[in-house]
Design a protein around this ligand. Structure first.
Ligand SMILES: Cc1cc2nc3c(=O)[nH]c(=O)nc-3n(C[C@H](O)[C@H](O)[C@H](O)COP(=O)(O)O)c2cc1C
Length: 314
């Protein structure tokens, strides 16, 4: 039997539910699982008041998290596999997981270990994944698989449904748009990753270099969104430095510049994103080969193939 460490944090319980689906088969197979739920010293609000929501951007992007409460991870257990389950905030790993990755515990627990990352977010996770890969490398971990569940509905619909959920707590069907968040059926289907990990652990596959979750539709990249995301990430880099030059998170001196940023954000969502999607749709025949290459690259290591679905969807 193996020892599995799961690091997680969830505001609404969505990511907790996804993580539970993955972990249940591991526990049922008799593996020891320690699940550490990260606890910021000062909890983040849910739903988010608008000012606090906007005020979180600079620290997310600049990876400057507030402290966590002490963790309860047993020090006498040598873990065979680590699952890092995190959500995306402002195209960056959410602040609690960033705080964990910067901790001395992360360095001690993750060095040399095979790691699976598990994400549930709206649908823009590529830049956060890059940041997480960098953080994993810096603590000496080895990323083996990457699983992503995204909010249901068209990308444009989630520009309305996810912010409505985050800012009001309401996630029901609204104005003909689908409910916010990951579809419940997709959350349940996440158990396939747990079943595949059980098989991998049984054959010591976690000690090999290859991914363990291929053929399970672990990720699906829309390269058109990837192009918009790169542009937005660059802009967030500039805005985050500018806003931080006015003060720290929570300081009133940041309020005026935050207001300008909020107006910019709304304008971007209403204009630049749809225009860029439209342009890419019009240019699709020309861009297709490049987008396809991008997609394959961005879906590494676990990929979007489906050849193992029948085996692991119970
Ligand atoms: C401050 C904040 C920023 C967010 N930014 C993004 C984002 O850039 N990309 C994305 O796909 N989802 C984003 N989301 C949605 C979250 O990734 C996640 O789906 C949602 O917060 C629910 O997660 P939880 O209930 O499991 O904590 C954001 C949420 C919050 C609260």
């Amino acid at each position: 039997m193996k020892n599995v460490l799961v690091i997680t944090y969830s505001q609404t319980g969505q990511l907790a539910d996804v993580t539970a689906q993955v972990v249940a088969p591991l526990r049922a197979a008799g593996h020891f699982v320690h699940q550490e739920v990260l606890q910021p010293v000062t909890p983040f609000p849910w739903p988010w008041p608008i000012v606090q929501f906007v005020d979180a951007m600079p620290e997310c992007v600049q990876e400057d998290p507030p402290p966590l409460k002490p963790m309860t991870i047993p020090t006498d257990v040598d873990f065979d596999l680590v699952i890092l389950s995190y959500q995306v905030w402002y195209l960056s790993p959410a602040l609690p997981i960033t705080a964990f990755m910067q901790s001395a515990e992360a360095r001690r627990l993750l060095a040399g270990k095979p790691i699976v990352t598990l994400v549930a977010c709206r649908n823009m996770w590529l830049a956060a994944h890059d940041a997480m890969k960098r953080m994993i490398t810096s603590v000496g971990g080895k990323l083996r698989d990457h699983v992503v569940l995204v909010d249901q509905g068209h990308a444009l619909a989630t520009f309305v449904t996810t912010p409505r959920w985050v800012l009001t707590g309401k996630r029901d069907r609204w104005l003909g748009l689908p409910p916010a968040g990951v579809a419940p059926a997709e959350v349940r289907r996440a158990s396939r990753f747990g079943h595949a990990l059980v098989d991998a652990l049984a054959t010591d596959a976690e000690q090999q270099e290859a991914p363990m979750l291929t053929g399970l539709q672990a990720v699906a990249v829309n390269p058109r969104l990837a192009i918009s995301e790169r542009a937005v990430r660059r802009a967030f880099g500039v805005w985050s430095r500018l806003i931080r030059s006015f003060g720290q998170r929570g300081d009133w001196q940041r309020r005026p510049i935050l207001l300008v940023f909020a107006l910019y954000l709304i304008t971007m969502i209403l204009t630049v994103v749809p225009v860029s999607l439209l342009l890419q749709w019009l240019l699709a025949p020309l861009l297709r080969p490049r987008l396809e290459r991008m997609r394959q690259q961005l879906e590494l290591p676990s990929g979007s193939q489906v050849f193992n679905l029948a085996k692991y969807e119970h």
